[in-house]
Design a protein around this ligand. Structure first.
Ligand code: SF4
Length: 436
């Protein structure tokens, strides 16, 4: 049997694409391995979202070309980077056997088969996508939509992925049910904008409608909402979340900036004022919620005053979790054409200021958890026997961990829930002991 190893770069949405692709390849009669050393074919699923990701993807392709020379494998490169730069890549990098953009990824099995004309493949594909996971067995990312119909000035996603397209609700519920049967306790709903789920369908559906169905799945404990565009966070959704026993008190809303001038130039729909109002409303309706946001520093035309507004917004709104990116010119975006580019030195120094301020905010927030007892999901066990877990306020592989210094002599498995009394708090991770 021909063995394929899939390597994935980029965000959780890419992990879902790789999982779907691996499920299809298995049904097409291939063996999936997690060991490139044992594989006949390596498929690299790339990210091309920002320059940094492009650079990383190209470096990994070059590493795999060296690996290919040594092991004589077939090398396929697929995904966002290829969708964005296929012709240039194929022109400059000759040793890749298969290049497939996002729209062509469904054909990966057929393309690979052409390299093995003597092999007989027994196809078991019946239109089912999902049966192979890259994440640990107790949590899964579930994509509810793809693409984006917004046109933020700095973003290449709409040109790579096209307009927003929701998945069929029945398919999503089926995927989640299958995951739960296989031991998944937590699902993280992902899309370019989870809050917009269903608006494009006919008849239109809503995220709340989807959540209502997911909540009835026995055995599913946590549902996490990631990447919410602010304008579709409705009162109906917030009221529903406030009463839910399964939806985590967590929401990831990338606001990008707090200066109205910059937001306008970014073609975002919010203003400084509307962001303050929305954040206050979310916190009022769902007391104790942890909010995550991401910000861009060094956007063209960002003045000292604009940057001060960004720092003021962070200081006043005190996001529990926050990530920042330094603006980079991306080919084909409107922002690339803007004048008044911020110098690298200024952008890096602004980034440092943002991260330092957030460390202080995060430390204060974490300290308030001291002596509280919180439900924690065990994620993994370190070699020295220390359990590492997470509260509902932290997304897997993205946010903070709880380091469990004493388990009271009991044994636990990933996905088990325990009550942990928090004993100490750092800027990121916190420590605690299991309370029997
Ligand atoms: S909403 Fe997000 S994915 Fe859509 S264009 Fe803006 S930044 Fe890009």
């Amino acid at each position: 049997m021909i063995s394929i190893a899939v390597s994935t770069l980029g965000c959780p949405k890419n992990i879902v694409d790789s999982e779907n692709m691996m499920g299809r390849l298995k049904l097409d009669g291939f063996h999936i391995t997690d060991q490139p050393d044992e594989a006949d074919v390596v498929v690299l699923n790339t990210c091309g979202f920002i320059s940094q990701a492009v650079e990383e993807s190209v470096n990994v392709i070059l590493d795999y070309i060296e690996f290919k020379k040594e092991k004589k494998i077939i090398l396929a490169v697929v995904g966002c980077l290829v969708e964005r730069y296929k012709d240039e890549l194929a022109d400059k990098i000759k040793d890749v056997d298969i290049w497939l953009g996002i729209a062509e990824m469904n054909n990966i099995g057929d393309k690979i088969k052409t390299f093995f004309p003597q092999t007989k493949f027994v196809s078991k594909y019946k239109g089912k996508q999902w049966d192979t996971k890259l994440t640990p067995s107790h949590f899964a990312y579930i994509k509810v939509a793809d693409g984006c119909s917004n046109r933020c000035s700095f973003c290449v996603i709409p040109s790579i992925k096209g307009n927003y397209k929701s998945r069929d609700m029945g398919d999503i519920v089926d995927d989640v049910s299958k995951c739960v049967l296989n031991g998944v306790k937590e699902i993280c709903l992902v899309a370019q904008d989870v809050s917009g789920y269903g608006h494009d369908l006919n008849p239109s559906l809503s995220l709340v409608g989807l959540l209502k169905r997911l909540e009835t799945i026995d055995g599913l404990k946590w549902i996490r909402l990631m990447y919410m565009y602010p304008d579709k966070i409705t009162d109906y959704l917030l009221d529903y979340m406030a009463l839910s026993k399964k939806i985590c008190r967590y929401m990831d809303v990338p606001f990008q900036h707090f200066s109205t001038n910059i937001l306008k130039s970014m073609r975002r729909k919010e203003t400084e004022q509307s962001i303050y109002e929305l954040v206050n409303k979310i916190r009022k309706k769902i007391p104790g919620i942890f909010l995550r946001t991401s910000l861009i520093v060094g956007y063209p035309g960002e003045t000292r005053e604009d940057f001060q507004k960004l720092l003021d917004g962070m200081d006043k709104l005190k996001f529990e979790r926050l990530g920042a990116f330094i603006y980079s010119d991306e080919e084909g975006t409107a922002a690339m054409e803007l004048p008044d580019k911020v110098s690298d030195d200024t952008a890096y120094s602004r980034y440092d200021k943002v991260m330092k301020l957030q460390q202080k905010i995060s430390l204060n927030i974490n300290r308030k958890l001291k002596n509280k007892t919180l439900p924690v999901m065990i994620d993994h066990i370190e070699n020295d026997g220390i359990y590492i877990g997470r509260t509902q306020f932290d997304a897997p592989q993205i946010d903070n961990s709880v380091i469990i210094t004493s388990s009271g002599g009991n044994n636990y498995l990933p996905g088990d829930f325990v009550n942990v009394c928090i004993t100490s708090a750092g800027e990121y991770d916190i420590e605690g002991m299991i309370k029997q």
